[in-house]
Design a protein. Structure first.
Length: 566
């Protein structure tokens, strides 16, 4: 980091501290950063980072020599939030996990949950027709609200929980959508307002901003829902971002900055040609990526173009003072905010879905339902994988002990739900899975079969499906370096741990770590799927059945979470 970057970060932190004191004396004022109340500097509390969907995080995140230390299969199209060293994951289930991937609590293993958002000790997430508020500590449900619509995005602040509720894809319908404001304490409705062909929404500066398929942007009072202003724009808005007194409206080949209080146009940019535009908004710069290839950087106050490049690959997922994180199919490219030079890259097993950045790590999800914890080689400062999980693996296998080309023991037998850990005692080994029971999803060590790992490396996997698993070291299978894991039916009669597979990888910078057995909380919630539209209940199983493959992004303003680059 250059001296100038460090100076800017110090001044920004000082200004933020002053600003918090000022806002704290004003009632019913929501700002883009208000969602982080009660969280720490290194958090990523929701999709888009905040209810303004700026994607900006004031963190010192990893940028180079990136590698995955954990890969967890959660299913669906996972979204992620990180608060107080806990990772909240939506997908096929909604879970709270330690940074090593092991489960603290989990709900709804057969259902689709959208991107979680965490504010003031409450986790908010949506399923089809419902938004749910859960206690962040133990997953107990606080309340549930039924919108009766297929698609719901939740934008929570400390003052109110805002919902974007639609029953259609806006580009394909002339129906209206609804914006709700709920009481965070009990989910009761404070106000609701219909918006024609509702498309995207963001929250900042005491207002809720909503875009319409009728080529309009609305400014609503966050306290009452009354319309403050409406602004016609020359094209359908594709996204809204709000921060520091401005609302940024991105369209095909255009970007408009509106005054947040009046809706008046402050400045406008028109690209040489049409093309999908995506934004990341930092306090002192706006980053516009067009067609996942052309990056242009603007002064947020004047709209003056600072510089641009056509050497960029990907759509922005996050931005810090120093780096812009761009999703390009399977790659997360990290480029400098000064000149777009490449700093680092992480490659996932499948097309990347979402990403969150924190002080010491990145959390990346892909469209095959995997969650990765990504760190910068040699920069980890946390404890070893599973070291804070309350125990060690129930079975341990040595990899190449004393330089021998063997797994020791060659065969282990464990009950379902047990975590098995492999510890490397010599160099140049990996694990490839040859066979496993139907329904199992064990993939072995990260990467392809040519990737190997060295002495001190640790890898663990929780085996949920009974049966026989055969594996080998790809580099030494001709020498007979093979192994077997036999998983038996659990004999426990009490509720056991979650059966969601968790795979943990600990690198050589953490050679003394252990991996704990995955735990979970019971998901016993009663069915309230027949509750009438617009009602709140304080107990019950969420009404489920979201269309497979759809997972909305809270905070990012998207109605659908299948955020591919097409």
């Amino acid at each position: 980091m250059t001296f100038e970057q460090r100076r800017r970060r110090f001044l920004r932190c000082l200004g933020a501290a002053v600003g918090v004191g000022a806002v704290g004396s004003t009632a019913n004022v929501s700002t883009a950063n208000a969602t982080a109340v009660g969280s720490t500097r290194g958090d990523w509390p929701m999709g888009g980072h905040d209810v303004g969907s700026t994607r900006y995080a004031n963190v010192d995140a990893p940028v180079a020599d990136l590698r995955a230390t954990t890969r967890v299969s959660v299913g669906g199209y996972p979204g992620v939030a990180v608060v107080d060293d806990v990772v909240y994951v939506g997908g096929r289930s909604l879970s709270a996990r330690r940074r090593d991937g092991t489960v603290k609590w989990e709900h709804g293993e057969t259902n689709d949950w959208r991107v979680p958002a965490v504010v003031d000790g409450t986790v908010y997430s949506t399923t089809e027709e419902r938004v749910h508020a859960l206690d962040a500590a133990d997953g107990e449900r606080e309340w549930s609200f039924r919108t009766g619509t297929r698609f719901t995005v939740v934008l929570p602040t400390a003052e109110a929980v805002y919902l974007v509720a639609t029953d259609y894809l806006p580009r394909q319908s002339d129906e209206d959508g609804t914006v709700y404001a709920l009481n965070p304490a009990d989910g009761s409705v404070r106000w609701k307002r219909s918006v024609p062909k509702l498309w995207t929404t963001s929250v900042a500066d005491g207002s809720v901003y909503a875009s319409s398929g009728e080529n309009r942007v609305y400014g609503l009072d966050a306290t009452s829902g009354e319309r403050r202003w409406v602004r016609d724009v020359d094209g359908r808005p594709s996204a809204l971002h709000a921060d520091a007194g401005r609302v940024y409206v991105s369209q095909d080949g255009r970007l408009t900055a509106l005054d947040a209080n009046s809706g008046g146009k402050q400045w406008r940019y028109v690209a040489p040609s049409d093309g999908y535009c995506s934004l990341a908004v930092a306090p002192d710069a706006v980053y516009l990526v067009r067609q996942a290839a052309e990056l242009t950087v603007f002064d947020p106050r004047t709209g003056v173009e600072r510089w641009s490049t056509r050497r960029t690959d990907g759509m922005p997922m996050a931005v810090t003072d120093d780096a812009l994180y761009l999703r390009d199919r399977r790659s997360l490219n990290v480029v400098s905010t000064e000149d777009a030079s490449m700093l680092g890259r992480f490659v996932a097993d499948a097309r990347i879905h979402l990403a969150a950045v924190t002080d010491d790590d990145l959390f990346v999800t892909d469209v095959e339902g995997n969650l990765y914890r990504v760190v910068e080689q040699g920069r980890e400062t946390t404890t070893a994988a599973g070291g804070d999980a309350g125990g060690s693996a129930a079975a341990t296998v040595g990899v190449g002990p004393d330089g021998e080309l063997v797994f020791a023991p060659e065969t282990v037998t464990v009950p379902a739900g047990t975590t098995v850990q492999w510890v490397w005692y010599s160099n140049g080994h990996g694990i490839a899975v040859d066979s496993q029971p139907d329904g199992a999803d064990w993939r072995g060590t990260p990467g392809d079969e040519e990737r190997t790992f060295d002495r001190g490396f640790r890898y663990a996997h929780t085996f949920a499906v009974p049966g026989t698993y055969e594996y080998r070291c790809p580099a030494h299978d001709v020498a007979g370096m093979t192994g077997t894991v036999v998983v038996t039916d659990s004999t426990s009669t009490t509720p056991g741990p979650s059966t969601t597979p968790a795979t943990t990888v600990a690198g050589t910078s953490r050679p003394d770590g252990t991996t704990a057995t995955t735990g979970s909380m019971s998901g016993g919630l009663a069915d309230t799927s027949d509750a009438p539209e617009g009602t709140t209940d304080s107990g019950g199983q969420p009404g489920m059945g979201l269309l497979a493959g759809l997972a909305g992004v809270a905070g990012a303003g998207y109605l659908l979470g299948r955020s591919g680059d097409e």
